[in-house]
Design a protein around this ligand. Sequence first.
Ligand SMILES: Cc1cc2nc3c(=O)[nH]c(=O)nc-3n(C[C@H](O)[C@H](O)[C@H](O)COP(=O)(O)OP(=O)(O)OC[C@H]3O[C@@H](n4cnc5c(N)ncnc54)[C@H](O)[C@@H]3O)c2cc1C
Length: 426
Amino acid sequence: MDARQVGDIEDEVQAWVDTNWDESITLREWWRRLAAAGYAYPRWPAGVGGISGSGATARAVTAVLARNGVIGPPVGYVAATLAAPTILEHGTDHQIRELVWPIASGQASWCQLFSEPGSGSDLASVGTRAVRDRDEWVVTGQKVWNSAADRADFGMLLARTDPDQPKHLGITYFAIDMHQPGVEARPLRQMNGTSSFCEVFLSEARVPAEMVVGELNGGWKVAQTTLAAERSSVAGGATPGLHQAQSGSTGDLDLTVGDIVERSRQAAKVRRSVIRSNAVPAKVMLDMARRYGKSTDPVARQDLARYITHVRVNGWTMRRIAAAGGCLTGADGSVAKITTSRICQESRDLSYRIVGAAGMLMGPESPLAGELQLACLGSPGTRIGGGTDEIQMNVLAERALGLPREPSSDKDVPYRDLKVGTQRSL
Ligand SMILES: Cc1cc2nc3c(=O)[nH]c(=O)nc-3n(C[C@H](O)[C@H](O)[C@H](O)COP(=O)(O)OP(=O)(O)OC[C@H]3O[C@@H](n4cnc5c(N)ncnc54)[C@H](O)[C@@H]3O)c2cc1C
C-alpha cells in the first residue's frame, strides 16, 4: 500500500471518528459502531468486524484511533487473539456469524479450555470426553490453568470424541457456552497474590452439534491454529493512546465511554506501570542500577550491557517478524516467545542482583513501588503459558531448522490403550 492509500484510509477513519465518537454513548454502542464500520479488526471479513484489509490498513486504522484517544477494540481475554482467528479459519459460515461478530462488537469474551492436570505439553493426551446425544455433545472432564475462565462467556474446548483412534486423531474442537449448570470454573490463587486462571470442571456440560469447529475428530489440526496464534500474540500488547475496557457479559458494556475514559485517566494518575510483560525496560534497569549504587560495579555493568543488548535485539527481532507478516523463520511465534521469556528471566535475575534484599519488600517505598516483586513472581509463567520454552524449542527445531521430529512411541497406539495423561477408564 502506498502513502497516498494510507492517507486516504486515515482521512476516512478520522471522518468516521468525528461523527461516531460521543462520550455519552455506552461502550456497547461504541463497539457496535466500530465493528459495523469494520474498524474493530480491519483484517477480518466485512460483516464480522473487519473490511478484509491488509496489515498496513489495520495499522493505519489503529494509528488514527490511538491519535484520537478513543477506546480500543474489544479483546475479550483470548477472544480476539485466539478464538476469532481459529473460527475464521476453520468455522462454518454460521459459526463465523454467530461467534465472531459478538467478539468484534464486544459482547463475548472467551477462554481456552485445553490443558488438563495430566495434559499440558503433551496436549494430545487430553482425556475430557465428549459423547454424542442426539443433536448435542455431552462433555465430562477437568481442565486447568484456564485464564479468565470464571469471567468468560465461551470456551475453546478440546475433548476426546474417539478413544479408539491414536491420541492425535480422536480429538474434537468445540465452542462451549460457559454459562450452563455443567460448567464450574474455580479460580486458582497464584504466588503473586492474583488469580488470573482457573480449574474448570465439566460435568455433563452440553454443546450443540453445530458448535463443533472443524471436522469431527479433526480437533488437533484446529488446535494448531489456536496455538500458533497464541505464540504470535506474545509480540503484541496494548497500543499507547487507546483506552482499554472489558468486553463480555461481565465487562463494561453498559458504562458510558466518557466514564470509562475518565476511569482510565484516573487509574493512570495513581499507578502507571513501568514494567512491560513482566520485564524491566532497559532504561528503568539502568536508573535502578544508579539508584542502588551498582552502575560502577564492573560485574553489574557487564550484566547491564548484556541485558540492554538482548532487549534491543529482541525489539528488532519482533519488528522483523512483524514486517515479514510472521513468515520469517517458519516458527516466528516460537522465536518471539522464547526470546521474550528469556528477557523476563534475565530481567528478574539482574534486577534482584541490583536491588538486593530490598527486592523482598512490597509497598510504595519498595523497588518500583512493589511492581518489581510482582514481575519477578510472574516471570516463571512466561516460560510456561502458551507452551513451555522446551516445547517452543522443539517447534523451532522441527519447523524452522528442519531437524528430525522428536521420537514418539505412542503415535499409532489407540488412545484407549495408552497409560498417559489424564487417561481414566473410558
Ligand atoms: C500464565 C499461564 C497461563 C495459562 N493459560 C492457559 C489457558 O488459558 N488455557 C489452557 O488450556 N492452559 C493454560 N496454561 C497452561 C499451559 O499451557 C501449560 O501449563 C503448559 O502447556 C505446560 O503444561 P504443564 O503445566 O502440564 O507442564 P508439563 O507438560 O508437565 O511440563 C513439565 C516440564 O517438562 C517439560 N517437557 C514436557 N514435555 C517435553 C518435551 N517433549 N521435551 C522437552 N521438555 C518437555 C516442560 O517444558 C516443562 O518444563 C497457562 C499456563 C500459564 C503459566
